[in-house]
Design a protein around this ligand. Structure first.
Ligand code: PRP
Length: 174
């Protein structure tokens, strides 16, 4: 049984930070290029929807469906790819959109899959990072918020598939 989540970052704080991330991404990709955003399902869908509108140029999007967690809060340690992006990434400027980098295993797996396809560039933007939980060294070029070892829900992130619809980020005390 877990208690009601307590607010970690408000919807207003998230909106302001996502705007900053969009500005940074706009400056990182050459002006003549159309960045291709690949969002990791399911947790990053709300982040993607806001971030893509904060990038001041045309973008294209696709999705990768990977999962490293079993049910509940503990990572299984194994990453399963349910669905790879359908679009070609070869010679394109790819931006991986992640909601949270925890152990780093999911991101590392996706990066390796994409790098095999020879993109022009590959960067990752993560709304959250939890460095204390990292099990593999993986680059994350842009980060929204660094969080301690709390279980965070809301704004797309879940606990047993619940709380994804919260407009803010919150912590569950278990
Ligand atoms: C979560 C989160 C990241 C990943 C991070 O996804 O959305 O994709 O775990 O964990 P890691 O760094 O330890 O690999 P999850 O597997 O829970 O699926 P979901 O996004 O569908 O909730």
């Amino acid at each position: 049984m877990c208690q009601a989540p307590t607010v970690l970052y408000s919807a207003q704080q998230i909106h302001a930070r996502v705007s900053e991330l969009g500005n940074s991404l706009s400056q990182m990709i050459p002006i003549s290029e159309t960045p291709h955003l690949i969002a990791v399902l399911k947790g990053s869908v709300i982040f993607l929807a806001d971030l893509m509108r904060a990038i001041r140029r045309p973008v294209t999007i696709d999705f990768a469906y990977l999962s490293s967690y079993g049910s509940g809060a503990n990572s299984s340690g194994a990453v399963k790819t349910f669905s790879a992006p359908k679009s070609s990434v070869r010679n394109r400027h790819i931006i991986i959109v992640e909601d949270i980098v925890d152990t780093g295993l999911t991101l590392s797996s996706l990066r390796n899959q994409l790098l095999d396809q020879k993109p022009q560039s590959l960067i990752t933007v993560a709304l959250l990072t939890k460095p204390s939980r990292r099990r593999i060294d993986v680059p994350v070029e842009l980060i929204g918020f660094t969080v301690a070892n709390h279980f965070v829900v809301g704004y797309g992130l879940d606990f047993d598939e619940k709380f994804r619809q919260l407009p803010h980020l919150a912590v569950i005390d278990r």
